[in-house]
Ligand binder design. Structure first.
Ligand SMILES: Cc1cc2nc3c(=O)[nH]c(=O)nc-3n(C[C@H](O)[C@H](O)[C@H](O)COP(=O)(O)OP(=O)(O)OC[C@H]3O[C@@H](n4cnc5c(N)ncnc54)[C@H](O)[C@@H]3O)c2cc1C
Length: 498
């Protein structure tokens, strides 16, 4: 039937590999299987205006994508080929391409994205159906589409991670060159220089960097993993820093897992590597939750929390975003993540806790954080936000004490001083609660509270108590418990363990 279509219209039959959040050549299933077919292959990537203008999107994400693509292009240049990059909507480009080619199959990974990419994929599915194009989507890491239950999910994860990686045949390319006129008419506007210019404050995108981070971690840095994971400064070196590379698929989860396993037996600190491996499971576990219940982007996963209304306070939100709440560890984290795209897990949890409990704001106002995290992964981000905000009804409610965390994890105030230079003269023992400085000390350390650095915008203890009373009273509510049971049955591999 398809052959007939191409013969009648005299169009060349082609296949397409659509790169999405999988910007690599190593262990790339769509590419691997596409290569096994004989048809010429068109490689495409879309910078889609609709996705780029969504609330969660930031130029830092697209710069990372651009850098990843540049590295891929430089490899392809050796064989005089390239990925055709469009700054345009996928649907529009596919539609135009069908005027020139008979597209047989589109190969891609499944995407666990946001509402816009989900709607786009539904639209592309309809388009493919109408045009008799087969769209072969391959599983993304350990996340299984359309699973009926989480029973045996861990076992399936393990099996998937131990399968042989799909290594493309470097000599077996049959890459299509697109006519320049067609490409020029479709490629869309030039990307902004903010996207195409390197910014050294952020990790650099690309397969090379993914492997370099992983190699450095497994050879050396992992030793302090468990010890430094919660420290805002030391975690920058002690953790793997693989998250943006996993988010944009510069490396597959399977390769990370297998490479780590290779190092395990001879590792000097096996406990650290076991902790790291658990987090690789978590990565897919959270994404699986989101895949199974993607309304989590907008709605409380536990519907019984819909009655919990938090009045929006713009002043609080702005102060938090700008790192001007008057609580040094919170402000340092916020300024750091804005400037570098990264803070470690505990600090992420702590700034969210401050926002949703002490400032009593709704987690749905947190798109700002999605924009700041270079590793923003909707499938991890939203379930984490909900868990940290205490609206799941099943997880332990943690209201982080920022002072205690500051004293424990930045005892010398090194991180605080790096990001809040106005506090640089304050001694370590006083830096965690600068509002307690006497006026003489303020003069001595050249920092007037309320002028050079804000007084705290809320009282930490009374706001903690207020939040705690309310969220714990909700936990006793029957509707919360019922929804909690539903959530456990749906998202937990072994519900009886909860
Ligand atoms: C509110 C909040 C939002 C978050 N949003 C994201 C996000 O958008 N993208 C993201 O990748 N991570 C997110 N995390 C999880 C975690 O903070 C980061 O994965 C981690 O800090 C990344 O640093 P790393 O690569 O050095 O991690 P490592 O500690 O070296 O861990 C290795 C990998 O395991 C995964 N991982 C680690 N911790 C977690 C976790 N708690 N949950 C799920 N996966 C984990 C990540 O893929 C990470 O790259 C969020 C956490 C919180 C509390």
């Amino acid at each position: 039937m398809k052959l007939l279509k191409s013969n009648i219209l005299n169009k060349t039959s082609i296949n397409i590999v659509w790169f999405k959040r999988d910007l690599r050549f190593t262990d790339h299933e769509p590419l691997y299987y596409a290569q096994q077919q004989e048809l010429p292959l068109l490689l495409v990537y879309f910078f889609e205006p609709s996705v780029m203008s969504y609330d969660d999107s930031d130029v830092r994400h697209w710069r990372f994508v651009y850098e990843s693509l540049q590295e891929m292009q430089s490899k392809l240049a050796n064989i005089n080929s390239k990925i055709y990059i469009f700054h345009n909507e996928a649907r529009l480009v596919f539609e135009e391409l069908t005027k020139h080619f008979s597209i047989q199959t589109i190969f891609s990974h499944e995407e666990i994205g946001n509402k816009v990419t989900y709607s786009r994929d539904i639209d592309i599915q309809l388009f493919c159906k109408a045009n008799m194009i087969q769209w072969k989507e391959f599983q993304m890491n350990g996340v299984i589409r359309r699973i009926k239950s989480r029973h045996m999910w861990e076992e399936r994860w393990e099996k998937r991670m131990t399968e042989s990686p799909k290594i493309v045949n470097e000599d077996g390319w049959n890459i299509l060159k697109l006519d320049a006129n067609i490409y020029n008419s479709l490629k869309g506007e030039k990307l902004s220089s903010a996207i195409t210019t390197r910014n050294k404050n952020f990790q650099q995108g690309g397969e090379y960097w993914a492997w370099r981070y992983m190699d450095g971690f497994l050879k050396e840095r992992y030793v302090n993993y468990s010890k430094h994971i919660s420290k805002p400064s030391l975690s920058r070196k002690g953790c793997s820093r693989l998250s943006p590379y996993l988010t944009y698929g510069n490396i597959s989860m399977r390769m990370v897992y297998q490479f780590t396993r290779q190092h395990y037996n001879n590792a000097e600190n096996k406990k650290a590597l076991s902790n790291f491996i658990s987090r690789l499971h978590w990565h897919c576990h959270f994404m699986q939750k989101f895949e199974d219940e993607c309304r989590m982007e907008f709605e409380n996963v536990n519907r019984a929390y819909d009655r919990l209304i938090k009045p929006k306070n713009e002043f609080f939100i702005n102060a938090w975003q700008e790192g001007k709440t008057g609580v040094p560890i919170v402000d340092a984290c916020m300024r750091c993540v804005v400037a570098s795209g990264y803070i470690n897990f505990r600090m992420r949890a702590m700034v969210v806790s401050f926002f949703v409990f002490n400032l009593w704001q709704d987690w749905r106002e947190l798109h700002f954080l999605a924009r700041q995290f270079l590793d923003y992964e909707p499938g991890i981000h939203y379930p984490q936000l909900q868990m940290q905000s205490g609206v799941t009804g099943i997880n332990t409610i943690r209201i982080y004490n920022p002072i205690k965390n500051s004293e424990e994890h930045d005892a010398e105030g090194i991180f605080i001083k790096q990001w809040l230079p106005e506090l640089k003269n304050i001694p370590a023992n006083l830096i965690h609660e600068p509002w307690k400085l006497s006026s003489m000390e303020q003069q001595l350390y050249n920092c007037e509270i309320g002028k050079d650095y804000p007084s705290p915008i809320v009282d930490i203890e009374s706001t903690r108590k207020h939040a705690s009373d309310i969220v714990w009273s909700y936990r006793k509510n029957n509707a919360v418990k019922e929804e909690g049971n539903r959530i456990i049955n749906k998202h937990v591999s072994n519900p009886k363990s909860q």
